[in-house]
Design a protein around this ligand. Structure first.
Ligand SMILES: *Cc1c(COP(=O)(O)O)cnc(C)c1O
Length: 358
């Protein structure tokens, strides 16, 4: 038998989550598959959504090319836009849609005019409505839009922005961003796109022609709350491979951070931080063993971690362990680790990967 650490991916759940995003948002929905589909496998996820998704979104042109090389023909939005003219050439040749978030990227498209041939590129003009990361200033949006419209190699223009705090239901930032966007784009023709997952789930005013959800497609609510609709796509799982007893007062693992206060039955699980399970979680972090909830005890090591089996009679070597999935949500583990589900999901590595298609 090989090491039992694995990640199972439920592609039917991915399709159901996409359908939910589409039903809530209306209009068109680009499935965000950047960072290897948040660790879920970009090609596998794109194939599962082919024919259903209106478009895909990735961070940069090379990520889009992986999908093209796998034979996917849907439009692909490149969220960071072109880093250089080679990316623009890929966009022309392979039908990629380029975000334009700074004037330099506009100049790249303008320079196509002097170069003759090549197909037109669909541009998504990104306006900074308050996140102050990428995006053109609202006051410049109209002038830059006009320059894009004057480019003979620009085949269409979508207006977009990105929300900074939409995962916080009461945060007034989102309303301000929506107002800035409406003002900056007033009277300009063409489709609009605002919503990430949090915008889809929480902000009707962010629902426009296009949404760009990512994390919700993988079954995690970006607000950290449980969802009765979204279904987890990834199940990170392994098995107990050794059990042992600790007497009261005995310490466990590196640093002896856990000390037994009663006779404690410990299960060693083949899963560690080198597989992407976070090292920083404290004792008490939830984990499911043979379908029953228990806790991580002691420090997570590179290749293994330890769980409390004391109250789970019958669960010993061979017991099935779910680190996250449908019994323990990735949001719960992320909260215990002081991070967000996004980071945990896209860090999974080294484990065997199994795709369930049904
Ligand atoms: C990553 C990203 C998204 C998707 O965000 P989620 O929070 O995962 O839904 C949407 N738009 C842009 C510009 C992004 O960078």
């Amino acid at each position: 038998m090989s090491r039992p650490a694995r990640a199972d991916f439920d592609l039917a759940a991915l399709r159901a989550n996409y359908a939910h995003a589409k039903a809530v948002h209306g209009g068109k929905v680009a499935a965000t598959l950047k960072a290897n589909a948040y660790g879920h496998g970009a090609v596998e996820c794109a194939r599962a959504l082919a024919g259903q998704a209106d478009a895909f979104a990735v961070a940069f042109a090379q990520e889009a090319m992986e999908l093209r090389e796998a034979g996917l023909t849907e439009p692909i939005l490149v969220l960071e836009g072109a880093f250089g003219m080679d990316d623009v050439a890929l966009a022309q040749r392979h039908g990629l849609w380029l975000v334009v978030h700074q004037e330099e990227q506009l100049r790249m498209l303008e320079s196509l005019q002097d170069r003759g041939g090549g197909a037109g590129v669909h541009a998504w003009l990104k306006i900074d409505t308050g996140m102050h990361r990428a995006g053109v200033a609202p006051g410049q949006a109209r002038a830059l839009w006009q320059r894009l419209a004057a480019c003979d190699k620009v085949a269409g223009i979508t207006l977009m922005t990105h929300l900074a705090s939409a995962d916080e239901p009461g945060n007034p930032m989102t309303g301000r961003q929506l107002a800035v966007f409406a003002d900056a784009t007033q009277g300009l023709p063409g489709p609009r796109s605002i919503a990430n997952s949090a915008g889809v789930l929480g902000w009707k005013g962010a629902h426009q022609d296009w949404a760009r959800p990512g994390i919700m497609l993988y079954g995690a609510d970006p607000r950290g709350m449980p969802s009765d609709v979204l279904q987890p796509v990834m199940r990170l799982a392994s098995e107990v491979f050794v059990e042992r007893w600790l007497a009261p007062g005995e310490a466990l693992g590196y640093g002896g951070s856990f000390v037994a206060d009663r006779p404690t039955r410990v299960g060693l699980v083949a899963m560690g931080y080198a597989d992407g399970y976070p090292r920083v979680v404290p004792s008490g972090t939830p984990v499911a063993v043979d379908g029953r909830l228990t806790r991580i005890i002691g420090r997570v090591a590179m290749d293994m971690l330890t769980v409390d089996l004391t109250d789970l009679p019958g669960a010993g070597p061979g017991a099935q362990v779910e680190l996250w999935g449908s019994q323990v949500s990735v949001n719960q583990v992320a909260a215990a680790a002081g991070t967000i589900a996004y980071e945990l999901l896209c860090n999974v590595k080294r484990v065997r990967r199994v795709y369930l298609r049904s």
